[in-house]
Design a protein around this ligand. Structure first.
Ligand code: AMP
Length: 189
């Protein structure tokens, strides 16, 4: 009998890929920010596959049963990760976009950034009432993006069951900002 990979081995492969293939870019996009560049990770088939498998585990219960109906990715790197996670789980993918990009009636939520503010939007019919939604992004920083996206899902009548990210920045209050939403983070930096 051949056993499939365990959750632990999937997580270990993903962490190894993140260690090797995410680059720190200092002072981008502005002085004082260390930008996590995931493009080398995306360009590596095995690394990309490893992190997608590990993120997708957040959409399954302990028995491996899929427990979400949709996977949301937040513009823009969230799209790249959430779409293959949705395919891995057998669910649909839904984009949350920056203001003015979605062509049909949308809910909008504005939130504060360090300087100024931002608005995210979600098509009103993208999530059906009662649907269970997993959020996927590359980095959990202040948590504002996740909090705003959760509110968009709630406006549609959906339920966020969790957020899965490659990395969380431990020196920022992302976890506190997202409150009781379960966070799956493949790496803490
Ligand atoms: P947040 O502050 O949690 O709302 O993060 C906002 C967005 O900015 C997330 O979708 C991340 O993709 C991105 N982000 C924040 N900090 C970084 C960072 N240091 N490196 C790369 N992306 C980041």
């Amino acid at each position: 009998m051949t056993l499939g990979p365990t959750v632990q081995s999937v997580e270990a492969a993903a962490r190894d890929a993140l260690d090797r293939l995410v680059l720190d870019v200092e002072d981008f996009p502005e002085p004082g920010i260390v930008f996590k560049d995931i493009t080398p990770l995306l360009a590596d088939h095995d690394g990309f596959a490893a992190v997608v498998a590990a993120l997708a585990a957040a959409g399954r219960d302990a028995d491996g049963t899929v427990v979400v109906d949709k996977v949301i990715g937040m513009e823009a790197r969230g799209f790249i990760l959430a779409a293959p996670v949705a395919l891995a789980l057998g669910t649909g993918f839904v984009p949350v976009r920056k203001a003015g990009k979605l062509p049909r009636a949308a809910h909008a939520v504005s939130y504060a950034l360090e300087y100024g503010d931002a608005t995210l939007e979600l098509h009103r019919d993208a999530i059906a009432p009662g649907e269970r939604v997993l959020l996927v992004d590359d980095v959990l920083a202040t948590g504002g993006t996740v909090k705003a996206t959760r509110e968009l899902v709630q406006r549609c009548g959906g339920v966020c069951t969790g957020v899965a990210v490659l990395m969380e920045l431990s020196f920022l209050p992302g976890r506190a900002t997202v409150g009781d939403l379960p966070v799956t983070s493949l790496m803490t930096v």
